[in-house]
Design a protein around this ligand. Sequence first.
Ligand code: ADP
Length: 596
Amino acid sequence: MSIARTDQQTDALPRPRPGGRRALWTVAFVAALTLAPWQTHRWVEASGLAELRRVGDQRLGLYASGIRTAVGRYDYLPFLLAHDKDVLALLEDPSADRRHTTNRLLEDANEAAGAASLYVTDRTGLTLAASNWRDPVQSLVGNRYDFRPYFRQTMATGSGRYFGIGATTGLPGYFLSRAALGAEGVAGTAVVKVDLEPLQRDWQAAGERVMVTDGNGVVFLASHAEWKYRPLRPLAEPVRAQLAATRQYAGADLRPLGLGDGPDGMVTLSDERGRAFLMQELALPDFDATIRLLADVEPVLAQARSGAVLAAALVLLLAAGLLLARQRAETLRLQREAHETLERRVEERTHELAAANQVLRDAQEELVQAGKLAALGQMSAALAHEFNQPLAAIRTFVASTRLLAERGDTPSVLGNLGMIADMAERMAVISGHLKTFARKGPARVEAVPVGQALDRALLLLGQRLRQDGIDLTRAVPDDALVRGDAVRLEQVLVNLIRNAADALSGVEDRRITVSAVRGPGVWEVRISDIGTGIAAEHQARLFDPFFTTKEVGEGLGLGLSLSYGIVRDFGGSLRAENNPDAGATFVMILPEAAHG
Ligand code: ADP
């Protein structure tokens, strides 16, 4: 036990724990899955916003110069009017004649200039002449504008500029005014009102969000009409009071736009809830105004989100790829291992099988041998009979021969001796058979040409067949090669042909056919006669040792039994069958031998 534990400890130390490595991978994966989208989002958002700012700055410059150009076109007009002698004469003496003359002058001048209106007030703010003097409703003549800041400004400093909604017309415009100097200082003012509405239409058409706010943060020009005359943030009370007094945005309710702080320095508008804008500003100090551009950041944020999702997908894809590759490697390793194990097992089993086969073969041989010995035991009784008879006869012959020899009857002696020799010969034949029978296992296994074995068998039997007038037909191909022992195959053929010849003894037409036909991996050798055939009751015992239907002294009943054993030793088989018309056929199946 203690030894095993020590082994485990020393084993565990140098090897990295697979669990630890997996945890490391997981941490790396989670980190990548969080960081990559976050960083991508940041990067895409930052570069998108930078681009928005760059474009915004350009636009702001363009809009500012648009405003300056629109107003600047008329900058000279109040100055010119303030120095016009007709205007100065009017201010000196506002007679009906002079009013009329100035009205016509202003009307003509504005026809050429294309401003909203031109007018002249006296030092109290009363309008003495105006370009729209003919308009019965909107004519400014006779109105007093002393409450307007630009008037006060002009009276105080010599010039004024101001954005406001026309107190009479209700139309917005930018007012530019100059003081007209008479003999006793400022005698009145000359004013031009510039219509800036066309600028807004351009912004609207460009699909921009632009607004221009005054010093109080009230929007007075905007691409969106609903923003106009609304402060960005709620106004302080004094400011409201002042605006009401000057009627700068007469009729507007000054509801705040509700500019709020959004995320990442963005702004929100209460009208467009939840929407974040990038607000860029450009101060217009000469107008005491600020021009503001609102850029929708939603497309940039959407881009950043897509970028983040893409980054996450990439990380996942990468992780999946890595995992797949690892799994593949693992599968391949397992397959290789399984293959190796299988190969090892097959090898082991093959060895075991070979060993088992050897044991079986040994056992089989033992059994065959035991079977033979048992048969030998059965045989001894028959043998005693077989041997006793000739032995008794020999003894009798020897005794009578001795008497004949004493008598000097030489011819009879010789006759007796011949018979004794015959009987001895017969006993020798029996014992010869027995020797073959007792031989153990297949002697040799070689390639035996069936034709050659048949030739030798016929050499032994030729005399006999000729004597009996038997015709032997052979149909054995030259390439009929079987595995076995040449001498023993020859012995089998001798037995089978001799039996066939015996079966033909009482038959007229004496014919034996020996043929060999190739089967799958075997040769089928048939010895066929047209003799007596095999009686049904004998069929089962045909191959038993000492079974014979022949007269005592003619057959020993060992031929088929021995032949059967030999053929089986070759790995083949032997069977007997009756022919349909007459006689019997013995069929030998022998394993084919390889050529070469
Ligand atoms: P034996 O020839 O000494 O009788 P075998 O074992 O060779 O002994 O034959 C046994 C018996 O089988 C024969 O006695 C005979 O009855 C029968 N037998 C063998 N071959 C043939 C055959 N070709 N036709 C008919 N019977 C046969």
